[in-house]
Design a protein around this ligand. Structure first.
Ligand code: PEP
Length: 257
């Protein structure tokens, strides 16, 4: 019995229009069976413009696939051109939203304060934030990856109360492993995920730390996920590239088995 139900989330990034999204979700639904959904929670994160189509498909066919957004505004409404709010996402049936993906941090200058606003906005809308954090290559080479990621966690959770933190998902994604084909070793993943869980215990309680799912992300594929999932403090994966290929994502959803 795993302590926490594994979560496999597919981050499609800037790929697939709404028709392609429907085709991909249909392929996943056709292949995945009830046992797969008992083993793991399976979630896709398409671009915003696909969410309505995915909602219609999931609701119409009573699919067990969950879905969410790749980003969320820290604002609720008003003069924020181009932003999408948590309540808009919730209305579309989204149950998850990424907050602070490294590509948002890098290309949209999202710092820990911005990410903190997004985490709070997600909780306020009853959406589970998947808080993404992780060090770049320079930090890894300097051996500072643990303090770096813990500081990101502290910053993102500033003033987030324990009742909310208990529903959080964290994704440890070393930037040097994202989209590079260079996967962290299972031991690398475990080291940081364990440290993150320890910090959740310090910030909140053992109960919160024990309930929080901590994912690894960075070049996860069907043939390397099993070793990562074997680690005590890794509860699933956030998957980019491999989530676009139906057979590969099914293998991931089955935890490599
Ligand atoms: C990601 O974007 O979250 C990710 C892990 O990408 P990839 O699997 O392609 O490395």
């Amino acid at each position: 019995e795993p302590k926490r139900k594994p979560l496999i989330a597919g981050n499609w990034k800037l790929n697939n229009n709404h028709l392609e999204a429907i085709a991909l979700v249909q392929k996943l639904a056709f292949t995945l069976n009830d046992a797969d959904f008992d083993t793991a929670e399976i979630v896709v994160l398409p671009p915003f413009t696909n969410l309505r189509s995915v909602q219609t498909l999931v609701d119409g066919d009573k699919l067990k696939i969950g879905y969410g957004a790749q980003d969320i505004s820290a604002q609720e409404k008003g003069a924020y051109t181009g932003e999408i709010s948590g309540s808009m996402l919730a209305k579309l049936g989204c149950t998850y939203a990424l907050a602070g993906h490294s590509e948002r941090r890098e290309y949209h200058q999202e710092d820990d304060a911005v990410v903190n606003g997004k985490v709070k906005a997600a909780f306020a809308a009853d959406i589970t934030p998947i808080l993404c954090l992780g060090e770049g290559l320079d930090v890894r080479k300097a051996g500072e990856h643990v303090p770096h990621t813990l500081a990101q966690l502290d910053g993102a959770l500033k003033d987030v109360p324990a009742e909310q933190a208990a529903r959080l998902v964290v994704a440890y994604e070393p930037v040097w492993a994202i989209g590079t084909g260079e996967v962290a070793t299972p031991q690398d993943a475990q080291e940081v995920c364990r440290a993150l869980r320890g910090r959740l215990g310090e910030l909140y309680s053992d109960e919160v730390a024990g309930a929080t799912r901590i994912l690894y992300g960075g070049s996860v594929k069907g043939d390397n996920i099993a070793g990562i999932m074997d680690q005590d403090d890794v509860d699933g994966a956030l998957v980019g590239g491999a989530s676009l290929k139906p057979e590969e994502f099914v293998k991931l959803a089955r935890l490599g088995r």
